[in-house]
Structure formats: structure tokens, C-alpha cells
Design a binder for this molecule. Structure first.
Ligand code: GTP
Ligand code: MG
Length: 353
């Protein structure tokens, strides 16, 4: 009896891994979509250069880190290489005016946001049935670097890392727990939770800690630091692919099941901070205790340290209710996957209902 149960569980795991791969593949953006987005980037760059000739417009976020889904928004960052330049708020206003005049985008400049951006949207059309949503920020070099860090992690073990991350992104969107504005977690936050799990929870680890590997040559303070933050990490992917081979052979299905189990019951939500740089840290050591700053607003229910901006809690928007909902969803997923489902495809459909 027990033997038979074990075999059927084994079969479920194999099928579920296969289902996950197939599910994720059909959610990837098409080459056409990527080409259209690249054309849009070039067009916007050309226009912005009429104001700032020495500027470059670069992609970051999911379109540049290997975790992009169909119709995901575009995150663009404008870098200006010349010495003197306008401040971000003024640039946002000027670029906003320009794009309003010169393009068909709906334009919404937000010059006074924490990170000033211009928001652009394009209505759906036959060629672009979902339209386009795009944010342009200025001089946000840390975001470019954290994008590159995630991209490196994705390319070390794409079959397991990308599949897990892409699945969790879809799952969190379908379960409606992917809106920082409504008290739940951003995609960026979920990606960090996955990497934390693969570097610091899994034993043996699936991924190395790129920020703690010894550099191949001495690195000066100037090279490694940006705005006072250490942004160095081991980024020689070719070398990593040759040298890093995890001895952990868990399948993507096993990893996902454990991921849900870990974040439903084992992670120390009340006292812990998930840091991909340094492992499990303590809230009190970082001064991130829940009832905070005397503002009455909660910020530190869930704590995820940004890999570079170490004084920044990526999950600061998660409220008490939001965290309750997120944990409830981790538990629900865990329950579905533990309940000896016999058809993997049905379990997957139920997960993302
Ligand atoms: P989708 O848009 O859902 O496809 O996911 P995404 O991978 O683009 O993630 P998201 O839109 O949440 O974030 C885009 C990028 O913005 C991330 O890769 C980060 O570089 C940056 N970012 C987002 N949120 C934060 C944050 O709270 N802190 C910092 N430093 N950067 C952030
Ligand atoms: Mg994005």
C-alpha cells in the first residue's frame, strides 16, 4: 500500500514538473511582441534625445531580467551621460510634454513620486491586442543593477529558476496578491523570495550567493559602490556555468511544493528579514520593527531586504491584511499540492484559479 502511494506521488511529481514547463512556455512573450517593444524603446529614445542629446533609454525589470510574461509592462530607465543635467522632476515634466505632443501614448507624468516617472499607455489595437504600458524613470542606476543581478541568477539554472519564478508571477497575479498599491507584494518581491529560498533555504543550495563569491580580481571601492551602496556581484555567467553545479537534484515540482510549505509555516515572519545578500537577518537588528517611525503606518510586517539598497524593505507596502492574505494563499497552494491530486494538470489549474 505504502509502496504504491510512493510510486503514485513520484509520478505526480514528474507530471507536475512537465506541466509547469509547458504552462510557463506558453506564457512567454512572442518574438513579435519583443520586437514591437524594442521598436517602442528606440522611438522613445530618439524623441528624448531631442531634449537630452547624451541620453540612453535602457530596459530594466522583467523585459530585461529573463522573467517576462506575455503583455507585461515595460520598465525603461533614461540615463544621461553629460555632466550637467536637469533634476528628475523637471525631466519628467519636459519628457511628459514632449511625448504628449509627439506620440499616441496616453501620458501621465508623476514628477513628485518617490521615484519620479512618466507613465505611458497605448490603447489596444489589432496589432497589439493588449496595448502597451510603460514607465520611464531617470537615472535609476540601482534598478539597472538589480535587474542584472536577477538576470544572472535566472541564467545559472534557467530550467528551475525561471520556471519557478514565472509560475509564481502568474500565480500571484491570478490569485490577486501582486499589487503593492493594495497591500500585497510586487513581482520584484516575489522574485527575491524565490532566490532567497534557492540560495539560503535549500540545502544543498540550488544557487550560489553571487554577492558573496570571491571576485576574480581586486575590486576598488569606486568600482563596487553606487550612491554609497555596494553593488558588486559575481557576474561572469560563462564562468559560473562552467564552475557552479548544484549537487541538489530536486525537480521544479519538488522545489515549488517546498517553497509553498516554507513560506506558509517555516519563515520567521514576525522576527526575520529575508536577505538574498546575507541570509536570514533579524528585524530588530535592522531597526525594522512593525509599529514604526511613529507614522501609524505599517511598513515592516513582511521584510525583504533589497539586494543593494540594504536599508530598503522591498515589502514595505505589505499590510497586516495583505500578509494574512498572502500567507493564506501559500497555505492554500500547499494544501492543493499535498492533497494527493492524481492529475497534475488539474492541480495546476486549481492552483491558478
Ligand atoms: P512584472 O512587471 O510584473 O512583469 O514584473 P517585473 O519583473 O518587471 O517587476 P516589477 O515591475 O515589480 O519591478 C521592476 C523593476 O523595478 C525591478 O526589477 C527592480 O529593478 C525595480 N523595482 C521594483 N520594485 C522595487 C523596489 O521596491 N525597490 C527597488 N530598489 N527596485 C524596485
Ligand atoms: Mg515590470
Amino acid at each position: 500500500q505504502q509502496h504504491r502511494r510512493l510510486i503514485s506521488r513520484q509520478r505526480f511529481i514528474t507530471d507536475f514538473s512537465q506541466c509547469l514547463f509547458e504552462f510557463v512556455v506558453q506564457l512567454l512573450p512572442t518574438t513579435e511582441e519583443m520586437a514591437v517593444k524594442e521598436d517602442v524603446r528606440k522611438l522613445l529614445e530618439r524623441l528624448i534625445r531631442t531634449i537630452e542629446p547624451d541620453s540612453r533609454l535602457l530596459s530594466f525589470g522583467s523585459s530585461a531580467n529573463g522573467f517576462s510574461l506575455k503583455n507585461s509592462d515595460m520598465d525603461l530607465c533614461c540615463l544621461i551621460d553629460s555632466g550637467e543635467r536637469l533634476n528628475a522632476a523637471d525631466l519628467v515634466t519636459m519628457v511628459g510634454d514632449l511625448l504628449e505632443r509627439e506620440t499616441k501614448f496616453h501620458v501621465k507624468p508623476l514628477p513628485h513620486a518617490r521615484i519620479p516617472i512618466v507613465k505611458l499607455t497605448l490603447d489596444p489595437s489589432p496589432a497589439l491586442p493588449f496595448g502597451i504600458a510603460c514607465d520611464i524613470g531617470f537615472e535609476n542606476r540601482l534598478a539597472l543593477e538589480n535587474t542584472r543581478l536577477l538576470m544572472c541568477y535566472a541564467s545559472i539554472d534557467p530550467a528551475r529558476v525561471r520556471t519557478m519564478v514565472l509560475f509564481l508571477k502568474v500565480w500571484s497575479k491570478r490569485r490577486k496578491i501582486n499589487s503593492p498599491y493594495k497591500g500585497t507584494l510586487s513581482s520584484y518581491g516575489y522574485v527575491l523570495l524565490v532566490i532567497y529560498f534557492l540560495v539560503h533555504v535549500k540545502n544543498p543550495p540550488i544557487l550560489p550567493n553571487l554577492q558573496q563569491m570571491p571576485p576574480l580580481r581586486p575590486i576598488s571601492e569606486e568600482e563596487s559602490h553606487l550612491n554609497g551602496f555596494n553593488i558588486w556581484f559575481f557576474d561572469d555567467i560563462e564562468l559560473l556555468r562552467q564552475r557552479w553545479k548544484s549537487s541538489n537534484t530536486d525537480t521544479v515540482a519538488e522545489l515549488l511544493i517546498e517553497f509553498f510549505k516554507f513560506y506558509s509555516r517555516d519563515f520567521a515572519y514576525n522576527t526575520g528579514v529575508a536577505s538574498i545578500r546575507a541570509g536570514l537577518l533579524k528585524k530588530d537588528a535592522k531597526g525594522w520593527l512593525s509599529e514604526d517611525y511613529g507614522t501609524g503606518r505599517e511598513r515592516n510586517r513582511l521584510c525583504i531586504e533589497d539586494p543593494f539598497e540594504t536599508d530598503f524593505n522591498v515589502a514595505r507596502c505589505v499590510t497586516k491584511d495583505g500578509l494574512y492574505t498572502i500567507r493564506g494563499e501559500f497555505m492554500r497552494a500547499s494544501r492543493i499540492l499535498q492533497a494527493r491530486p492524481d492529475r497534475a494538470i488539474l492541480a495546476l489549474a486549481q492552483l491558478c484559479e
